[in-house]
Ligand binder design. Structure first.
Ligand SMILES: *Cc1c(COP(=O)(O)O)cnc(C)c1O
Length: 400
């Protein structure tokens, strides 16, 4: 594949439906936290494919698992059993509250499965699902309907019925929406897309109690927070609240497409043969990559290191906020999903800051029109965190 960035960008602009606002670069390879483009320019990656490549790009264990499985068996459908898929389901069940797993190919598909299961379990008259304002649950019609951000709804109405949204952080507003038709409450333990907004522990506990008091299922969308991102395999482990259904995707296979819905034996029993299916879901290559990813993460000390590096990054971001009060209010996040919360003046410069960092060879994004979001590979080093923080420091000082 010859040609530099500009020729490939010109070609892609001719053929794609324009759904993405892409950075003007064409990546050709990656290793650890570093990406290289078609012009040979290197970038420090604090986006990790949107919290996907958590072991870094082309982690040797994952690459080996992919290559070995690709040489053996790529696809047979779910009409048959495969070894990697079963091994992955066992790992997920052994390291979570769940007993049973369903595999799809993405976060949205995992959430679709969760929505369908919640409705099936709860019976015909109970179909409503309450989610939170600011949430993001995917781009299929049902997950768009569940997403609590009107900008994702516009132009796609009528949306599937039965999705209600409660004001973020307001337990009374949530309680008011509960009716005899409600079957579940769906939320992210920390809202990633809308600006790295953690849900307070007490708030989550109250949500759990509301669910228990009204016989509702609690669904945690851990598509972004799961698989080590917050410093435990799943964020719920740190929050003292256990869901009934949990969805995972993004980092699960370190970059290959996969989604998983996890639940208990009791709830899983309402899905029977034919209730739900996926042609590709739990594909052997993706599953083998996920098994390799999980084994690396479950090794001793991995999550402790994520927490410690997360604290290091959080501390540095707090320092930046103190240094640039004009642009930043403070830091928030959990583990290695961190946000630098911007002031109004900072929000106005948000896209510019991201652009200037890009020009300096550092990749981050501006999330929820509120924060600079930092979601590096979990294998990031303290030196790489220092490089990132120094780059943000320079860019903010230029703008000040
Ligand atoms: C990314 C994301 C999704 C959607 O995942 P896709 O793989 O893009 O379908 C759903 N929920 C959350 C919290 C996400 O961050």
């Amino acid at each position: 594949m010859s040609g530099g960035n500009s020729s490939w960008i010109a070609r892609s602009n001719q053929v794609f439906i324009a759904t993405y606002n892409r950075f003007p670069t064409v990546f050709v390879k990656g290793q650890g936290c570093v990406l290289e483009d078609a012009d040979g320019q290197k970038y420090l990656d604090f986006l990790a494919g949107i919290a996907v490549c958590s072991l870094g790009h082309c982690h040797p264990e994952v690459t080996r698992a992919i290559c070995e499985q690709a040489a053996k068996l790529v696809h047979v459908s779910n009409l048959f059993h495969t070894q990697p898929q079963t091994e992955l389901a066992e790992l997920l069940a052994a390291h979570s509250f769940a007993d049973r797993v369903f595999f799809g190919n993405s976060g949205a598909e995992a959430n679709e499965a969760a929505i369908k299961l919640a409705r099936k379990y709860s019976g015909e008259d109970r179909f409503e699902i309450i989610s939170l304002a600011g949430s993001f649950h995917g781009r299929t019609l049902a997950t768009v309907a569940a997403t609590g951000q009107p900008k994702f709804h516009q132009g796609f109405e009528p949306l599937p019925a039965g999705f209600l949204h409660a004001e973020f952080g307001d337990i009374a507003a949530l309680e008011e929406l509960i009716s005899p038709r409600t079957c579940a409450i769906l939320c992210e333990p920390l809202q990633g897309e809308s600006g790295v907004r953690p849900l307070e522990k007490e708030y989550l506990e109250k949500i759990r109690r509301l669910c228990d008091g009204n016989s509702l299922l609690l669904i945690f969308d851990e598509v972004q927070t799961g698989i080590g991102r917050t410093g435990t395999l799943f964020a719920y482990e740190q929050l003292g609240v256990v869901p009934d259904i949990l969805t995972s995707a993004k980092a699960l296979a370190n970059g290959l497409p996969i989604g998983a819905m996890l639940t208990t034996d009791k709830i899983a029993a309402s899905f029977t043969v034919g209730s739900h299916a996926s042609t590709f879901g739990g594909n052997p290559v993706a599953a083998a990559a996920a098994v390799a990813t999980m084994k690396v993460m479950l090794a001793d000390g991995f999550f402790a290191e994520v927490r410690s590096k997360g604290e290091y990054l959080a501390e540095k971001l707090s320092g930046l906020a103190a240094k640039y009060p004009k642009f930043a209010l403070g830091q928030r996040g959990l583990g290695l999903i961190q946000g630098l919360v911007l002031t109004q003046a900072g929000i106005e410069q948000g896209q510019t800051i991201v652009q200037k960092l890009f020009e300096r060879g550092v990749l981050i994004n501006f999330a929820g029109n509120a924060v600079l979001r930092f979601i590096p590979p979990l294998v990031v080093s303290r030196d790489e965190i220092d490089i990132l923080v120094n780059a943000v420091d320079r860019v903010l000082s230029e703008l000040a």
